[in-house]
Design a protein around this ligand. Sequence first.
Ligand SMILES: Nc1ncnc2c1ncn2[C@@H]1O[C@H](COP(=O)(O)OP(=O)(O)OP(=O)(O)O)[C@@H](O)[C@H]1O
Ligand SMILES: [Mg+2]
Length: 222
Amino acid sequence: MSESAIHVENIRKRYGAVEVLRGVTLQVKASSFTTVIGKSGSGKSTLLGMIGGLEQPDEGRISVLGKDISTLSSDQLAHLRRRSIGIVFQGFNLIPSLTAIENVQLPAAFEDRATATHRRRRAEALLGKVGLADRFHHRPAALSGGEQQRVAIARALINEPAILLADEPTGNLDEATGAAVLDLLLGLCRDTGVTLVAVTHDPDIAATADRVIEIKDGRYQV
Ligand SMILES: Nc1ncnc2c1ncn2[C@@H]1O[C@H](COP(=O)(O)OP(=O)(O)OP(=O)(O)O)[C@@H](O)[C@H]1O
Ligand SMILES: [Mg+2]
């Protein structure tokens, strides 16, 4: 068995009176494609946010690329997130005042290894790959929902993350564009060894995954 990129061990998460996750345990193999399914409100985005280090579980442990993220300092966690984890948020979270190409480049602005020219070329190439070569200078308000989603995907890939967490990455796209974006994500998995975890409601996407994880009654255990 190849190395596990993500190890979630018996995590629990409560928001007020609601216990959203009540013991979730799973391992994700490096370079695999995993989908997370489950009803609306079942805790899929919560789980993804915790794997991405954005939220802390109340109980349990999460290791990402061999590091127990609860033991990292905030600087170490920020570094891991920036370097190794790309996140495509369900609500896109683009910066309204920045253009498409500026949004895509933003996470790379903090990386010494990326020169401005390299950063810009890479952002252009990524926007081209998601079909937005003619939208570089549009701000989010001037982009459709699906276009914003594709900018968010390009942004998540700018630092060549080892892990890509995508929350319904094709949820706002028409069938053809969704299929193209999915092909792009799967190509990355295949060609660059990215570990992809995607939340989806789309049975066609779930069918292409190496593994499907269903969150039900706050639980998933293997
Ligand atoms: N910050 C928060 N404060 C309070 N409750 C929250 C918070 N975040 C999530 N919840 C609650 O936790 C539950 C799970 O939310 P989550 O966003 O993880 O669901 P989901 O499975 O991603 O749903 P969907 O398919 O609709 O995106 C929901 O009932 C939600 O109201
Ligand atoms: Mg969600």
